[in-house]
Design a protein around this ligand. Structure first.
Ligand SMILES: O=C[C@H](O)COP(=O)(O)O
Length: 247
């Protein structure tokens, strides 16, 4: 069962309308490998603007959403609001949400479940800190994070898992292809043992953490790395090269 390569660019809290236009032009110019699914994670305030302009071969994603449809949740946006403006994807559980905004495994799992039930597809992020890796806890940490999600959802069809070791995010310190592959393999085995073989074989597990045009090709060669979630380099022209890492 082949898994289509998937590359997301997470703009985080960056950009302006002008920058968004430039990034979109770069993607339109491409050329992008047609065998790759491409997503851009856009700040909420620019979602409508970008969705209107993005070509249909680029998925536009929110970087967060809340776990209920509507109500007294000042400052939040809901999956149904995203759907209302034509957005079909959301990134949830990013380590910056976990660390800076204290989002727990449970809250993230509830958000993933509600997003899926509302018809969104989800990039669900997990990953260990440097302290956890050095204490030999990587496997236990990612298993706990993915288990929390498993306990709340019943269908993995619209889920992409992003393994993003926190120590590699924005640090320029990429996981080696072997380090990333080792964790991706563990996660695939976990899916096989705890969900089922089909989900293990079909779910894309993408890597994030200082991916650039210089290291993407080596990482893409690993059999359990099905793409990337890119932060800093998604704001640069080199993002196209990362999308095309398999060419
Ligand atoms: O969502 C993307 C990740 O946080 C990776 O960010 P980075 O490529 O800047 O390290």
């Amino acid at each position: 069962m082949s898994r289509k390569f998937f590359v997301g660019g997470n703009w985080k809290m960056n950009g302006t309308k002008k920058v968004a236009d430039e990034l979109l032009s770069n993607l339109v110019k491409g050329p992008l490998d047609p065998n790759v699914e491409v997503l851009i994670g856009v700040p909420a305030i620019y979602l409508d603007f970008v969705k209107e302009k993005a070509p249909c071969n680029i998925y536009v994603a929110a970087q967060n959403c809340y776990k209920t449809e509507k109500g007294a949740f000042t400052g939040e946006i809901s999956p149904s609001m995203l759907k209302d403006i034509g957005i079909d994807w959301v990134i949830l559980g990013h380590s910056e949400r976990r660390q800076i905004f204290q989002e727990t495994d449970t809250l993230i799992a509830e958000k993933v479940n509600h997003a899926l039930e509302s018809g969104l597809s989800v990039v669900a992020c997990i990953g260990e800190t440097l302290e956890e890796r050095e204490a030999g806890q990587t496997e236990a940490v990612v298993a706990k994070q993915i288990k929390a999600i498993k306990e709340k959802i019943c269908n993995w069809q619209n889920v992409v898992i992003a393994y993003e070791p926190v120590w590699a995010i924005g640090t320029g310190k990429t996981a080696s292809p072997q380090q990333a592959q080792d964790v991706h393999k563990i996660l695939r085995k976990w899916l096989s043992d705890e969900v089922n073989e089909t989900v293990a074989k079909t779910t894309r597990i993408i890597y994030g953490g200082s991916v650039t045009s210089s290291n993407c090709r080596e990482l893409a060669k690993e059999c359990d790395i099905d793409g990337f979630l890119v932060g800093g380099a998604s704001l640069k022209p080199e993002f196209v090269e990362i999308v095309n890492a398999n060419q």
